[in-house]
Design a protein around this ligand. Structure first.
Ligand SMILES: Cc1cc2nc3c(=O)[nH]c(=O)nc-3n(C[C@H](O)[C@H](O)[C@H](O)COP(=O)(O)OP(=O)(O)OC[C@H]3O[C@@H](n4cnc5c(N)ncnc54)[C@H](O)[C@@H]3O)c2cc1C
Length: 369
């Protein structure tokens, strides 16, 4: 069996593995191993691609905020196109969600209540009888996920890192100070440190290494694309209700992506959309927006994977020397990726991570193991 020697093996080439591998490759020889034929095939290629500060638990909010500068000013040559295009987020409150709107504004950062007339000016399809109140988060933005992901993979290659596709990890063993990872196709990778960035398969990879799973739960989220003509949603904010039971945002300038914000627990797999979830999403959207839906042009689903407490799981496993977790990114793995990738690289390198170091107690895998 061929054995290739590296400083770090990263398992999973979605946004989590790609960003960690890119930052690590600055001073380590890195192998990024990916089960599929292309990197980004699973959740990373299926997101809604929006950066929202007021979204997720406090550790996520912190890493989202710390990532903003990277989207605005990526390193020279990182991407050919901007990673960032402003798009506000409009939260609508039907009468029964009014108290939740107050709580959202009170607990959030930079959320501002606006009148229903202002909300209608932003989204002219808004039905007059749906919401009684609304709030806007103005400094959210669309992310170019493909450009971000490819930028990290380009950085990895420029630093002599290796992306191994069609390389699903099998047996993972620590012999002495070295981790050995056998992959499909028969190759073996060897390194003193390993990063588990396998997304929905995070617990499976831990178990391949003989480690205890943390209880990760992949949850299906569905999206459907419709034509909202005669409306042109290009300049609309992303729009949804305060309780996050549906949302819609412009897709490809003239279309609208609609989601029921579903969270159905599933086994890790190449997840496909469910017709009922698509219908529920469109029905909830139509209660708020006066848009006729003649047909669904395209739909998809992805797995958002959560730790039992909903927070991130980053850090060294307490049972296994130099086995690092980088999972539990839920619905925020793209918007947190720049700061998360740097943090994971700092942890593996034994460097002081600075500001994100304050989060370590709440994101360590030790809390489960
Ligand atoms: C509909 C939807 C909307 C979303 N919207 C947003 C959003 O607006 N903003 C945001 O920030 N996030 C959003 N997310 C969440 C975001 O997409 C995820 O948090 C992120 O993509 C997770 O990245 P990942 O690298 O952890 O997982 P993945 O992209 O799934 O990557 C994991 C990789 O590991 C590989 N792998 C697994 N097991 C093995 C193995 N044994 N050996 C080798 N490789 C393996 C898999 O093949 C996969 O490529 C959304 C998600 C969905 C589904």
């Amino acid at each position: 069996m061929d054995t290739a020697q590296f400083d770090v093996i990263v398992i999973g080439a979605g946004i989590a593995g790609a960003s960690a591998a890119a930052f690590l490759s600055a001073d380590h020889r890195v192998a990024l191993i990916e089960a599929e034929e292309v990197a980004g095939y699973h959740t990373t290629g299926r997101s809604a691609a929006i950066w929202i500060l007021n979204y997720g638990p406090p550790d996520v909010v912190a890493l989202t905020g710390l990532s903003r500068g990277f989207f605005e000013n990526p390193p020279p040559g990182f991407a050919d196109a901007p990673l960032f295009a402003p798009r506000a987020v409009l939260s609508l409150a039907p009468p029964e969600q009014s108290a939740h709107l107050d709580a959202k504004i009170a607990n959030g950062i930079g959320l501002e209540e606006i009148s229903i007339a202002e909300a209608t000016a932003l989204v002219p399809a808004l039905r007059a009888d749906y919401a009684t109140r609304a709030a806007i988060e103005r400094d959210a933005f669309d992310m170019d996920v493909a450009a971000l992901h490819q930028g990290f993979l380009r950085q990895l290659r420029a630093n002599n890192g290796v992306l191994a596709l069609r390389a699903r990890s099998g047996r993972i063993e620590q012999r002495g100070a070295q981790w050995h990872v056998e992959v499909s196709g028969g190759a073996e990778f060897e390194a003193p440190a390993i990063v588990n960035a396998a997304g929905a398969w995070g617990d499976s990879v831990a178990m391949q290494a003989g480690l205890r799973p943390i209880g990760l739960v992949p949850k299906r989220r569905t999206a459907a694309v419709i034509d909202p003509a005669p409306f042109t949603p290009h300049a609309w904010p992303m729009v949804g209700d305060v309780d996050h039971t549906w949302y819609a945002r412009c897709e490809a300038r003239t279309k609208l992506m609609v989601s029921p914000a579903d969270e159905t627990p599933m086994e890790p797999q190449d997840i496909q959309p469910d017709e009922l979830d698509i219908a529920i999403g469109i029905d909830r959207m139509q209660q708020a927006l006066d848009i006729e839906v003649r047909r669904v042009e395209h739909s998809w689903a992805g797995l958002r994977s959560f730790a039992p407490d909903g927070s991130l799981v980053f850090g060294e496993d307490p049972q296994a020397n130099r086995f690092f977790w980088c999972i539990g990114q839920g619905g925020y793995g793209i918007q947190t990726a720049p700061a998360a990738g740097r943090l994971v690289a700092d942890l593996v390198s034994g460097r002081d991570p600075g500001e994100p170091g304050k989060l370590l107690a709440s994101i360590t895998p030790r809390r489960f193991l």
